[in-house]
Structures are given as structure tokens and as C-alpha cells.
Design a protein around this ligand. Structure first.
Ligand code: FEO
Length: 167
């Protein structure tokens, strides 16, 4: 049984994951406009991951007998000055997600809701990977500049969505 406070906080994060998916879908659209199919693919995979995260929250809230509430979403940013700026925005966004997950974890700890702390631990580990993966691409984009962008595009084109086992 979730308290109303925790139920709301979990719902807010579920909706924020869907909002994140919208942001990445818009970024995929920007990469498509640039003709960078690999980066378009990378962001489309990111979009799927965010929907997967939202679904994890959905299932968890539901399994705890909570009420699912879907809200409206702000329009994502569709225009960027460069590919680098898209990834810099992604990193900022993932850092925001991490701080939100930490806040949620604090509430769960305060309430001694250990099923929720266990559930949230997966997201804490996931955020570490997400921030690292985006930061790595930022470093590579800065290194390769335009000449290497084509090769980097080929590399990120290999990314596929693989749901974690046991889901
Ligand atoms: Fe669901 Fe990219 O954090």
C-alpha cells in the first residue's frame, strides 16, 4: 500500500518518463532532418527506453494497488543549433532525471517503503549508465568534429533496444 504522497511522486515520475520519450523523439526528428540516420536511430532507441521506464513505473504503481494518473505534457524542443547541442541537452536532461529519482528514493526511505526503494535501485543504476553513455558520445563528437561524424554515425547506428531479462 502506497501513501498518497508516494503514489503521487511515482505517478509524476512515470509521466516524466513519457515526457522524456517525447524529448528524444523530437531529437530523433532533428537528426533525421540533418540526414544522420545513425543518430536518428540512437534517439529512437532512447525513446523506446524511456517508454520502457514509464511502463516499469506503471506496473509497479499498479502492483502496489496504486492509481495510475496520466497527465498532459509540454511540447519538447524541436530545433537545435547542432548535433553537439542535442547531446548536451540530453545530458542535462538525464542529470535532471537522476536528481528526480534521488528525490523519490528519499521519500521512499522516509516512509520506510522498502519495496519502493528496491524498485528504485534499478533506476539509480540505470541513470549511471545513461549519463555515462551520453557523456561518452559528447566527448567523441568533440574529438571527431565533422570529418569523423560519418564514422560515428555508423557506430551509433548499431544500437538496438534489448529489454532487460525478466521483464
Ligand atoms: Fe528514463 Fe533516460 O531516464
Amino acid at each position: 500500500m502506497l501513501t498518497k504522497r508516494l503514489e503521487k511522486a511515482l505517478n509524476d515520475q512515470m509521466n516524466f518518463e513519457i515526457y522524456s520519450a517525447h524529448i528524444y523523439l523530437a531529437m530523433a526528428g532533428y537528426c533525421a532532418e540533418l540526414g544522420l540516420e545513425g543518430f536518428e536511430n540512437w534517439f529512437l532507441v532512447q525513446y523506446e527506453e524511456e517508454l520502457f521506464h514509464a511502463k516499469k513505473f506503471f506496473k509497479f504503481i499498479s502492483s502496489k494497488g496504486g492509481r495510475i494518473i496520466i497527465t498532459g505534457f509540454e511540447n519538447p524542443e524541436n530545433d537545435y543549433p547542432s548535433l553537439l547541442s542535442v547531446y548536451e541537452k540530453s545530458l542535462e536532461h538525464e542529470q535532471l532525471v537522476t536528481s528526480r529519482i534521488y528525490d523519490l528514493m528519499s521519500i521512499a526511505h522516509e516512509e520506510k517503503e522498502y519495496a519502493t526503494t528496491s524498485f528504485l535501485q534499478w533506476f539509480i543504476d540505470e541513470q549511471l549508465e545513461e549519463e555515462e553513455s551520453v557523456a561518452n558520445i559528447i566527448s567523441k563528437i568533440k574529438l571527431v568534429k565533422d570529418a569523423g561524424l560519418y564514422l560515428l554515425d555508423q557506430e551509433v547506428a548499431q544500437r538496438t533496444f534489448v529489454p532487460p531479462t525478466g521483464e
